[in-house]
Design a protein. Structure first.
Length: 200
């Protein structure tokens, strides 16, 4: 299985949705049934999501109901990532897709304290592809190493601009050769080396 077709019937949950940017994008541009969940105190920013904002109380009602779940920069913040992955797995339909981004510690194994991604007081769970694979398997996912796929260019573009504290799209940013820049950044940080998970 390579991908899931996304259309109006697709149920997509952004787990750890922050201020809801991906949920709004999926709702407005992808035109799927997009939901958000965040355990943090961000709900004042999410009022426009209405009933599509899930809470800890109503997660149980949505078990086994999502086709796609994303967790963008979430797993590094949780003390028990396997428990979090099991919760995410319980929310997916059989053969549903789980996609996450988190820093890849492998390129920095010999110099972990020099890794700019590492913020010890908030990044408490670090992963290499092999350890994320093991965590996914313990949570009953079938991990798949898909490599640099369509969409990674946009993911890396977002991460680069976020790290540069650029919040608004400028004319000069639109003319940058992102297809080349994203490949260079991925070669260094190996973001695409992490697996994605299929619900079994």
């Amino acid at each position: 299985m390579d991908c899931i077709p996304v259309d109006e019937s697709t149920r997509w949950l952004d787990f750890g949705c922050g201020t809801g940017g991906l949920v709004r994008y999926c709702r407005d541009r992808v035109k799927c049934q997009a939901f958000g969940y965040d355990a943090g105190d961000v709900h004042g920013h999410l009022q426009d999501l209405g009933e599509n904002l899930l809470t800890q109380r109503n997660l149980e009602e949505h078990k086994g109901s999502f086709d796609v779940i994303t967790a963008i920069e979430v797993l590094e913040h949780v003390p028990d990532p396997v428990a979090e992955l099991r919760l995410i797995r319980s929310l997916l339909k059989p053969d549903g897709l789980f996609f996450c981004t988190t820093g890849n510690a492998q390129p920095f194994a010999e110099k972990i304290l020099d890794w700019q991604y590492l913020i010890p007081e908030i990044h408490i769970s670090l992963f290499e592809p092999v350890s994320l694979d093991a965590a996914m398997r313990r949570a009953e996912f079938r991990p798949e190493f898909a490599g640099f796929r369509p969409g990674f260019e946009d993911i890396l573009r977002f991460k680069i601009l976020k790290n540069l504290h650029i919040r608004r799209i400028a004319w000069w940013e639109r003319v940058l050769p992102w297809s080349i820049l994203s490949r260079i950044v991925d070669r260094i940080y190996k973001v695409s080396a992490h697996p994605r998970g299929w619900a079994v």
